[in-house]
Design a protein around this ligand. Sequence first.
Ligand code: ZN
Ligand code: MN
Length: 134
Amino acid sequence: MSRNGWQKTTRMTKQKKVILDILRSTKVHPSADWIYEQARRILPDISLGTVYRNLRLLREKGEILELSYSRDFSRYDGNPQNHYHFMCRKCGRVMDVDLPLMNELEEKVARLIGGKVETHRLEFYGLCQDCCQE
Ligand code: ZN
Ligand code: MN
């Protein structure tokens, strides 16, 4: 591998690690913009495009979850295991919902469609505690 290629790979790895560390150290299920602002404090030269590229790579490797809420809006999660979320429609907060995984639902759906279920996603929407009190 050329010297430049090696440097590029090393930098990529460092960027990826910084992004992964940021995601694993928060419970807020941040957007790419938020991750970008945090990453810039550690790597001032990082670009938003690089953040998106690394988020995609981490998702493809199964190290993070991407929670897509529309075609061009996602939140990210450092916990790659399937689990459930609640999103507040007022403040946009995304929280973990501590429910056991409903694997029996996958079996039921597989029987209903006569096929194979590989995963499922369950989202709850409403008002969070803070927004309820306002
Ligand atoms: Zn709220
Ligand atoms: Mn989560």
